[in-house]
Design a protein around this ligand. Sequence first.
Ligand code: C5P
Length: 314
Amino acid sequence: MSPPVRLTAAPPPTARVRAPGKVNLSLRVGPVQDDGYHPLVSVFQAVALYEEVTATQARPGSGLSLTVDGPQAVLVPTDETNLAWRAARLLAEHTGVEADVALHVRKGVPVAGGMAGGSADAAAALVACDALWETGVPRSDLLDLAARLGSDVPFCVLGHTAVGTGRGHLLTPAMTRGEFHWVFGASERGLSTPAVYARFDELTQGGAAPVGLDDDTALMQALRAGDPTALGAALHNDLQEAALSLRPELGRTLDIARETGALGAIVSGSGPTVAALARSRQHALAIAATWTAEGAADAVWTTTGPAGGARQLT
Ligand code: C5P
């Protein structure tokens, strides 16, 4: 007698995509506009800390669902306010597909830390649903949809190093050489991006100087040369003072990094994560160990940049 044959249903189609977090090597912020946004010139670098989104086809009519895991998962909403959810919904509307999909987000970027973790979720969800639904949306349309979800989302799709203008969403790739070693010190309490911009408006009394591309010549040269010392000296963040006025303790985190020989140390984006540029992987580990020993950060990561953009894994 032949052994019984066990029939199992084929697993539902799925697409797994990762997208990187970022650090702003330079963030120059102009005066607030009527729409509430600030014109930016920013040099973004993607780093090898990733958000991973798995999109799994769900039963027809079951709609969208979302789960999250990772060390800070409890801080992340799992409803329609989540950027990954909004990304799936937007792509479904754009393409006329029924959004019957289960999304699972694995967090690898600090939450509300100024490193575009939520934006990376949106970027990964867009690319994952596009692959799952085989919508074949042209990349330029995908980047337009990304910009509607948030100013940093297009960069999380693109990755590497790029200059962003407009709200930060109009991107031009930048030439870089080699690999840079980063240390990130995150805080358990995130900072709200709008709150940091509002403090920036208070500090500049709405009269920030207009921003220009010429301000980052030394930084672009350092990137082209692959010169971490020159890059460290050229790091710049117009939001740093605003973030420090909301979280004065970050000043100590910056000081400790500099005392430990960091080539440069800045608040990442709107913070409160602090980014330190190290000479080498060993040096990055030494800065991370010092931050931990001094209690200067609630969590530390060492990593490298630039990293690639949103990429399908399976
Ligand atoms: O575009 P996104 O939704 O990520 O922006 C979040 C908030 O950050 C905005 O509501 C705005 O307060 C602020 N922002 C800004 N200028 C930018 C980008 C963001 O004022 N260029």
